[in-house]
Design a binder for this molecule. Structure first.
Ligand code: UDP
Length: 391
Protein backbone atom coordinates (compact mmCIF):
# COMPACT_ATOMS: atom_id res chain seq x y z
CA UNK A 1 0.00 0.00 0.00
CA UNK A 2 1.38 3.42 -0.91
CA UNK A 3 1.66 5.89 1.92
CA UNK A 4 -0.76 8.81 2.02
CA UNK A 5 1.89 11.23 0.95
CA UNK A 6 5.29 10.64 -0.62
CA UNK A 7 7.94 7.93 -0.01
CA UNK A 8 10.99 6.76 2.25
CA UNK A 9 12.87 8.50 5.07
CA UNK A 10 15.52 11.15 5.79
CA UNK A 11 15.81 13.98 8.30
CA UNK A 12 18.46 16.64 8.58
CA UNK A 13 16.80 18.12 11.67
CA UNK A 14 15.74 16.25 14.76
CA UNK A 15 12.05 15.39 15.05
CA UNK A 16 10.11 17.86 17.05
CA UNK A 17 9.45 17.19 20.71
CA UNK A 18 6.36 14.96 20.69
CA UNK A 19 5.74 15.99 24.31
CA UNK A 20 4.63 19.37 23.04
CA UNK A 21 1.83 17.74 21.05
CA UNK A 22 -0.67 18.40 23.83
CA UNK A 23 -3.33 20.91 22.83
CA UNK A 24 -1.37 24.10 22.24
CA UNK A 25 -2.69 27.48 23.34
CA UNK A 26 -4.81 29.00 20.58
CA UNK A 27 -2.75 32.15 20.34
CA UNK A 28 -4.19 34.04 17.40
CA UNK A 29 -1.45 35.52 15.26
CA UNK A 30 -1.98 38.56 13.06
CA UNK A 31 -2.80 37.77 9.43
CA UNK A 32 0.34 37.86 7.31
CA UNK A 33 -0.23 41.17 5.58
CA UNK A 34 3.46 41.71 6.17
CA UNK A 35 5.97 38.91 5.58
CA UNK A 36 5.00 35.67 7.35
CA UNK A 37 7.45 34.38 9.94
CA UNK A 38 6.36 30.72 9.97
CA UNK A 39 4.78 28.62 7.24
CA UNK A 40 3.74 24.97 7.44
CA UNK A 41 3.78 22.74 4.38
CA UNK A 42 1.80 19.53 4.82
CA UNK A 43 2.98 16.99 2.25
CA UNK A 44 6.38 18.67 1.94
CA UNK A 45 8.14 15.48 0.85
CA UNK A 46 6.05 14.83 -2.25
CA UNK A 47 6.57 16.02 -5.82
CA UNK A 48 5.03 19.49 -5.43
CA UNK A 49 6.26 19.92 -1.84
CA UNK A 50 9.83 19.16 -2.87
CA UNK A 51 9.68 22.12 -5.26
CA UNK A 52 7.57 24.42 -3.08
CA UNK A 53 9.73 24.23 0.07
CA UNK A 54 12.97 25.36 -1.66
CA UNK A 55 10.91 28.06 -3.41
CA UNK A 56 9.64 29.36 -0.07
CA UNK A 57 13.14 29.23 1.42
CA UNK A 58 14.53 31.28 -1.48
CA UNK A 59 11.71 33.84 -1.52
CA UNK A 60 11.04 34.44 2.18
CA UNK A 61 12.82 34.64 5.52
CA UNK A 62 10.17 32.49 7.18
CA UNK A 63 10.75 29.32 9.20
CA UNK A 64 9.21 26.34 7.39
CA UNK A 65 7.59 23.41 9.18
CA UNK A 66 7.88 20.71 6.52
CA UNK A 67 5.59 17.78 7.37
CA UNK A 68 5.54 14.42 5.65
CA UNK A 69 6.02 10.71 6.26
CA UNK A 70 9.24 10.74 4.25
CA UNK A 71 11.58 13.31 2.73
CA UNK A 72 13.50 11.49 0.01
CA UNK A 73 12.51 14.01 -2.64
CA UNK A 74 13.23 17.12 -0.58
CA UNK A 75 16.77 18.50 -0.98
CA UNK A 76 18.85 18.04 2.19
CA UNK A 77 20.28 20.89 4.23
CA UNK A 78 17.73 23.60 3.40
CA UNK A 79 18.07 26.49 5.84
CA UNK A 80 15.16 27.34 8.16
CA UNK A 81 13.40 24.07 7.34
CA UNK A 82 12.18 22.00 10.26
CA UNK A 83 11.41 18.49 9.00
CA UNK A 84 8.57 16.90 10.90
CA UNK A 85 8.20 13.25 10.07
CA UNK A 86 4.59 12.55 10.89
CA UNK A 87 1.14 11.66 9.62
CA UNK A 88 -1.69 14.20 9.69
CA UNK A 89 -3.61 11.76 11.86
CA UNK A 90 -0.90 11.69 14.58
CA UNK A 91 -2.49 12.96 17.79
CA UNK A 92 -1.75 16.63 18.35
CA UNK A 93 0.06 17.17 15.05
CA UNK A 94 -2.45 19.50 13.39
CA UNK A 95 -3.00 21.28 16.68
CA UNK A 96 0.70 21.94 17.03
CA UNK A 97 1.15 23.04 13.43
CA UNK A 98 -1.77 25.45 13.41
CA UNK A 99 -0.77 26.86 16.81
CA UNK A 100 2.40 28.37 15.37
CA UNK A 101 2.25 28.70 11.57
CA UNK A 102 0.62 31.80 10.10
CA UNK A 103 0.19 30.13 6.72
CA UNK A 104 -0.59 26.45 6.19
CA UNK A 105 -0.14 24.88 2.76
CA UNK A 106 -2.10 21.66 2.45
CA UNK A 107 -0.71 19.41 -0.28
CA UNK A 108 -1.52 15.93 0.99
CA UNK A 109 -3.72 13.64 -1.13
CA UNK A 110 -3.78 10.33 -2.95
CA UNK A 111 -3.50 12.02 -6.31
CA UNK A 112 -3.41 9.21 -8.84
CA UNK A 113 -6.30 8.10 -11.11
CA UNK A 114 -5.30 4.44 -10.76
CA UNK A 115 -6.42 4.64 -7.11
CA UNK A 116 -9.73 6.45 -7.49
CA UNK A 117 -11.62 3.33 -8.53
CA UNK A 118 -9.46 0.78 -6.70
CA UNK A 119 -8.99 2.40 -3.26
CA UNK A 120 -11.86 4.89 -3.24
CA UNK A 121 -12.34 5.06 0.53
CA UNK A 122 -8.68 5.86 1.17
CA UNK A 123 -8.85 8.46 -1.59
CA UNK A 124 -11.88 10.08 0.04
CA UNK A 125 -10.27 10.02 3.49
CA UNK A 126 -7.00 11.52 2.26
CA UNK A 127 -8.74 14.23 0.23
CA UNK A 128 -11.60 15.02 2.58
CA UNK A 129 -12.03 13.30 5.97
CA UNK A 130 -8.44 13.75 7.17
CA UNK A 131 -8.44 17.41 6.19
CA UNK A 132 -11.68 18.63 7.76
CA UNK A 133 -10.00 18.96 11.20
CA UNK A 134 -7.27 21.05 9.60
CA UNK A 135 -9.83 23.41 8.08
CA UNK A 136 -11.57 23.77 11.44
CA UNK A 137 -8.34 24.52 13.29
CA UNK A 138 -7.26 27.07 10.69
CA UNK A 139 -10.67 28.76 10.99
CA UNK A 140 -10.53 28.77 14.79
CA UNK A 141 -7.03 30.28 14.84
CA UNK A 142 -7.38 32.46 11.75
CA UNK A 143 -4.50 30.78 9.95
CA UNK A 144 -4.30 31.34 6.22
CA UNK A 145 -5.03 27.97 4.65
CA UNK A 146 -3.65 27.66 1.11
CA UNK A 147 -5.20 24.44 -0.07
CA UNK A 148 -4.21 22.56 -3.19
CA UNK A 149 -7.36 21.19 -4.71
CA UNK A 150 -7.48 19.89 -8.29
CA UNK A 151 -8.67 20.66 -11.80
CA UNK A 152 -10.46 17.29 -11.54
CA UNK A 153 -13.29 19.10 -9.73
CA UNK A 154 -14.39 20.41 -13.15
CA UNK A 155 -14.97 16.83 -14.23
CA UNK A 156 -15.53 15.41 -17.70
CA UNK A 157 -15.23 18.65 -19.70
CA UNK A 158 -15.84 22.37 -19.38
CA UNK A 159 -19.47 23.32 -18.83
CA UNK A 160 -20.82 26.82 -18.44
CA UNK A 161 -23.02 27.45 -15.40
CA UNK A 162 -25.98 27.32 -17.81
CA UNK A 163 -25.11 23.69 -18.59
CA UNK A 164 -23.83 24.45 -22.10
CA UNK A 165 -20.42 23.14 -23.18
CA UNK A 166 -17.64 25.71 -22.82
CA UNK A 167 -14.04 26.02 -24.01
CA UNK A 168 -12.34 26.61 -20.69
CA UNK A 169 -12.68 25.62 -17.09
CA UNK A 170 -13.43 28.81 -15.18
CA UNK A 171 -13.26 29.31 -11.42
CA UNK A 172 -16.23 31.66 -11.33
CA UNK A 173 -18.45 30.45 -14.16
CA UNK A 174 -18.06 26.71 -14.72
CA UNK A 175 -20.47 24.07 -13.51
CA UNK A 176 -18.75 21.00 -12.07
CA UNK A 177 -19.58 17.93 -14.12
CA UNK A 178 -18.87 14.52 -12.57
CA UNK A 179 -20.02 11.13 -13.88
CA UNK A 180 -22.43 8.70 -12.19
CA UNK A 181 -21.57 7.14 -8.82
CA UNK A 182 -20.61 3.76 -10.31
CA UNK A 183 -17.89 5.61 -12.23
CA UNK A 184 -15.59 5.62 -9.24
CA UNK A 185 -13.05 7.71 -11.11
CA UNK A 186 -14.88 10.68 -9.63
CA UNK A 187 -14.37 9.78 -5.94
CA UNK A 188 -11.31 12.03 -5.87
CA UNK A 189 -13.01 14.93 -7.61
CA UNK A 190 -16.11 14.63 -5.41
CA UNK A 191 -14.05 14.53 -2.20
CA UNK A 192 -11.93 17.46 -3.33
CA UNK A 193 -15.02 19.41 -4.34
CA UNK A 194 -16.68 18.79 -0.99
CA UNK A 195 -13.57 19.97 0.86
CA UNK A 196 -13.57 23.12 -1.29
CA UNK A 197 -17.16 23.69 -0.24
CA UNK A 198 -16.26 23.19 3.43
CA UNK A 199 -13.36 25.65 3.09
CA UNK A 200 -15.61 28.12 1.31
CA UNK A 201 -18.26 27.84 4.03
CA UNK A 202 -15.71 28.34 6.83
CA UNK A 203 -14.30 31.25 4.87
CA UNK A 204 -17.55 33.01 4.17
CA UNK A 205 -19.40 32.21 7.39
CA UNK A 206 -16.72 31.66 10.03
CA UNK A 207 -13.79 33.91 9.16
CA UNK A 208 -11.31 31.39 7.72
CA UNK A 209 -8.66 33.13 5.61
CA UNK A 210 -8.24 30.74 2.68
CA UNK A 211 -7.07 30.37 -0.88
CA UNK A 212 -7.94 27.32 -2.97
CA UNK A 213 -5.66 26.42 -5.87
CA UNK A 214 -6.65 24.08 -8.70
CA UNK A 215 -3.48 22.79 -10.38
CA UNK A 216 -3.78 21.63 -14.00
CA UNK A 217 -1.44 18.71 -14.80
CA UNK A 218 1.72 20.06 -13.20
CA UNK A 219 4.79 18.13 -14.33
CA UNK A 220 8.50 18.24 -13.58
CA UNK A 221 11.47 16.44 -12.10
CA UNK A 222 10.77 14.09 -9.17
CA UNK A 223 7.20 13.48 -10.26
CA UNK A 224 5.60 10.31 -8.94
CA UNK A 225 7.34 6.91 -8.93
CA UNK A 226 8.58 4.11 -11.15
CA UNK A 227 6.76 0.81 -10.55
CA UNK A 228 9.01 -1.83 -9.05
CA UNK A 229 11.67 0.72 -8.06
CA UNK A 230 10.12 3.16 -5.60
CA UNK A 231 6.42 2.38 -5.79
CA UNK A 232 3.87 -0.13 -7.00
CA UNK A 233 0.90 0.13 -9.34
CA UNK A 234 0.23 2.58 -12.14
CA UNK A 235 1.78 6.04 -11.77
CA UNK A 236 0.60 9.25 -13.46
CA UNK A 237 1.00 9.34 -17.21
CA UNK A 238 4.41 11.02 -17.28
CA UNK A 239 6.01 8.45 -14.99
CA UNK A 240 4.13 5.62 -16.74
CA UNK A 241 5.65 6.69 -20.08
CA UNK A 242 9.11 7.17 -18.55
CA UNK A 243 8.88 3.71 -17.03
CA UNK A 244 8.08 2.27 -20.45
CA UNK A 245 10.98 4.17 -22.05
CA UNK A 246 13.47 3.09 -19.39
CA UNK A 247 12.29 -0.52 -19.48
CA UNK A 248 12.07 -0.67 -23.28
CA UNK A 249 8.36 -1.48 -23.11
CA UNK A 250 5.44 -0.19 -25.18
CA UNK A 251 3.90 3.14 -24.21
CA UNK A 252 0.24 2.44 -23.50
CA UNK A 253 -2.24 4.95 -24.88
CA UNK A 254 -5.42 4.56 -22.89
CA UNK A 255 -8.39 4.56 -25.30
CA UNK A 256 -6.08 5.71 -28.09
CA UNK A 257 -4.63 8.72 -26.25
CA UNK A 258 -7.17 11.17 -27.70
CA UNK A 259 -7.92 12.76 -24.32
CA UNK A 260 -6.23 16.11 -23.82
CA UNK A 261 -4.42 17.77 -20.94
CA UNK A 262 -2.84 21.20 -20.45
CA UNK A 263 0.62 20.73 -18.94
CA UNK A 264 2.25 23.23 -16.59
CA UNK A 265 5.90 23.29 -15.49
CA UNK A 266 6.29 22.80 -11.75
CA UNK A 267 8.63 25.81 -11.38
CA UNK A 268 5.99 28.07 -12.89
CA UNK A 269 3.38 26.52 -10.64
CA UNK A 270 5.52 27.26 -7.57
CA UNK A 271 5.96 30.82 -8.83
CA UNK A 272 2.15 31.11 -8.87
CA UNK A 273 1.96 29.87 -5.27
CA UNK A 274 4.62 32.36 -4.16
CA UNK A 275 2.69 35.17 -5.79
CA UNK A 276 -0.34 34.13 -3.75
CA UNK A 277 1.67 34.27 -0.51
CA UNK A 278 2.87 37.75 -1.43
CA UNK A 279 -0.68 39.02 -2.07
CA UNK A 280 -2.89 38.10 0.90
CA UNK A 281 -5.27 41.02 0.36
CA UNK A 282 -6.03 39.97 -3.20
CA UNK A 283 -5.92 36.23 -2.77
CA UNK A 284 -7.73 35.39 0.45
CA UNK A 285 -11.24 34.16 -0.20
CA UNK A 286 -10.33 33.20 -3.78
CA UNK A 287 -10.14 30.07 -5.89
CA UNK A 288 -7.44 30.01 -8.58
CA UNK A 289 -6.74 27.84 -11.58
CA UNK A 290 -3.01 27.43 -12.06
CA UNK A 291 -2.45 25.89 -15.46
CA UNK A 292 -1.12 26.66 -18.94
CA UNK A 293 -3.73 26.90 -21.69
CA UNK A 294 -0.99 27.02 -24.35
CA UNK A 295 0.12 23.48 -23.56
CA UNK A 296 -3.20 21.76 -24.38
CA UNK A 297 -2.15 18.53 -26.15
CA UNK A 298 -3.47 14.99 -26.59
CA UNK A 299 -1.88 12.19 -24.59
CA UNK A 300 -0.72 10.72 -27.91
CA UNK A 301 1.16 13.94 -28.61
CA UNK A 302 2.68 13.86 -25.12
CA UNK A 303 3.88 10.30 -25.79
CA UNK A 304 5.49 11.36 -29.10
CA UNK A 305 7.21 14.37 -27.52
CA UNK A 306 8.53 12.29 -24.64
CA UNK A 307 9.82 9.64 -27.05
CA UNK A 308 11.73 12.37 -28.94
CA UNK A 309 13.15 13.89 -25.75
CA UNK A 310 14.26 10.43 -24.59
CA UNK A 311 15.77 9.60 -27.98
CA UNK A 312 17.77 12.86 -27.92
CA UNK A 313 19.42 11.81 -24.64
CA UNK A 314 19.74 8.08 -25.38
CA UNK A 315 20.08 7.91 -29.20
CA UNK A 316 21.31 4.30 -29.18
CA UNK A 317 18.48 2.96 -27.02
CA UNK A 318 15.80 0.96 -28.82
CA UNK A 319 12.71 3.13 -29.15
CA UNK A 320 9.54 1.49 -27.83
CA UNK A 321 6.26 1.65 -29.75
CA UNK A 322 2.93 3.13 -28.75
CA UNK A 323 0.07 0.72 -28.17
CA UNK A 324 -3.59 1.37 -27.49
CA UNK A 325 -5.41 -0.27 -24.60
CA UNK A 326 -8.95 0.18 -23.33
CA UNK A 327 -9.41 2.12 -20.08
CA UNK A 328 -11.23 -0.86 -18.56
CA UNK A 329 -8.28 -3.16 -19.28
CA UNK A 330 -5.72 -0.60 -18.06
CA UNK A 331 -7.42 0.84 -14.98
CA UNK A 332 -10.24 -1.62 -14.28
CA UNK A 333 -13.99 -1.12 -13.94
CA UNK A 334 -15.26 2.25 -12.80
CA UNK A 335 -12.61 4.31 -14.55
CA UNK A 336 -13.73 7.37 -16.47
CA UNK A 337 -11.77 10.22 -17.98
CA UNK A 338 -11.68 13.96 -18.44
CA UNK A 339 -11.84 14.48 -22.21
CA UNK A 340 -10.20 17.88 -22.28
CA UNK A 341 -9.03 20.30 -19.59
CA UNK A 342 -8.14 23.83 -20.52
CA UNK A 343 -7.88 26.36 -17.69
CA UNK A 344 -9.34 29.83 -17.85
CA UNK A 345 -6.33 32.01 -17.08
CA UNK A 346 -7.90 35.42 -16.56
CA UNK A 347 -8.15 35.38 -12.80
CA UNK A 348 -4.57 34.25 -12.13
CA UNK A 349 -3.32 36.75 -14.68
CA UNK A 350 -5.22 39.70 -13.28
CA UNK A 351 -4.84 39.02 -9.54
CA UNK A 352 -1.37 37.47 -9.53
CA UNK A 353 0.17 38.93 -12.70
CA UNK A 354 1.03 35.30 -13.44
CA UNK A 355 1.45 34.02 -16.99
CA UNK A 356 3.29 30.71 -17.47
CA UNK A 357 5.49 30.62 -20.56
CA UNK A 358 7.22 27.27 -20.69
CA UNK A 359 6.21 25.12 -23.68
CA UNK A 360 5.86 21.36 -23.26
CA UNK A 361 8.87 20.68 -25.50
CA UNK A 362 11.04 22.85 -23.24
CA UNK A 363 9.87 21.06 -20.11
CA UNK A 364 10.53 17.51 -21.24
CA UNK A 365 14.36 17.33 -21.65
CA UNK A 366 15.13 18.19 -18.00
CA UNK A 367 12.38 15.84 -16.86
CA UNK A 368 13.85 12.99 -18.94
CA UNK A 369 17.32 13.82 -17.57
CA UNK A 370 15.98 13.66 -14.02
CA UNK A 371 14.38 10.24 -14.54
CA UNK A 372 17.55 8.92 -16.18
CA UNK A 373 19.65 10.17 -13.30
CA UNK A 374 17.37 8.76 -10.62
CA UNK A 375 16.29 5.47 -12.16
CA UNK A 376 18.43 4.29 -15.05
CA UNK A 377 21.11 2.59 -12.97
CA UNK A 378 18.53 1.17 -10.56
CA UNK A 379 16.58 -0.42 -13.40
CA UNK A 380 19.47 -1.81 -15.40
CA UNK A 381 22.32 -2.02 -12.90
CA UNK A 382 24.27 0.53 -14.92
CA UNK A 383 23.56 3.37 -17.34
CA UNK A 384 21.91 1.65 -20.29
CA UNK A 385 23.99 3.46 -22.92
CA UNK A 386 27.02 5.60 -22.13
CA UNK A 387 26.47 8.81 -24.07
CA UNK A 388 29.19 11.49 -23.78
CA UNK A 389 27.81 14.53 -22.00
CA UNK A 390 24.64 12.78 -20.91
CA UNK A 391 23.53 12.96 -17.29
N1 UDP B 1 -2.78 7.58 -19.60
C1 UDP B 1 -2.32 6.88 -20.70
N2 UDP B 1 -1.32 5.96 -20.51
C2 UDP B 1 -0.75 5.73 -19.31
C3 UDP B 1 -1.20 6.47 -18.19
C4 UDP B 1 -2.22 7.39 -18.38
O1 UDP B 1 -2.81 7.05 -21.82
O2 UDP B 1 0.18 4.90 -19.22
C5 UDP B 1 -3.84 8.60 -19.79
C6 UDP B 1 -4.96 8.60 -18.76
O3 UDP B 1 -5.99 7.72 -19.17
C7 UDP B 1 -5.41 10.05 -18.78
C8 UDP B 1 -4.17 10.83 -19.14
O4 UDP B 1 -3.22 9.87 -19.61
O5 UDP B 1 -6.36 10.25 -19.78
C9 UDP B 1 -3.57 11.60 -17.99
O6 UDP B 1 -3.29 10.74 -16.97
P1 UDP B 1 -2.70 11.16 -15.57
O7 UDP B 1 -2.23 9.90 -14.95
O8 UDP B 1 -1.72 12.25 -15.67
O9 UDP B 1 -3.95 11.69 -14.73
P2 UDP B 1 -5.09 12.76 -14.98
O10 UDP B 1 -4.56 13.86 -15.84
O11 UDP B 1 -6.22 12.02 -15.65
O12 UDP B 1 -5.44 13.21 -13.61
Amino acid sequence: MRPKFSVPVSTDKPRRDRGSAARAPAKVMPLPNSRPSRIAVLGAGGFIGSHLVPGLVAALDAQIDAVDLTFDKLAPGLPRVNRIQASLSDPGLLDEITARAEIVFSLTALCNPALYNTRPLEVIDASYTDLVPLVRLCAERRRWLIHLSTCEVYGLFALAASGRPAQRMDEERSALCLGPIHRERWTYAAAKQLLERVIWAYGHHHGLPFTVVRPFNVIGPRMDFIPGVDGEGIPRVLAAFMHALLAGQDLILVDGGRQRRSFLAVDEFVDGLLRIVERPDRCQGQIFNLGNDRNDVSIRTLAGSLLSAFHAQRPAAPLPRMRTQSAAAFYGAGYDDSRVRIPAMTKARSLLGWRPRMALDEMLPPIVADYLERYEARMTGEPRIAVPGSP
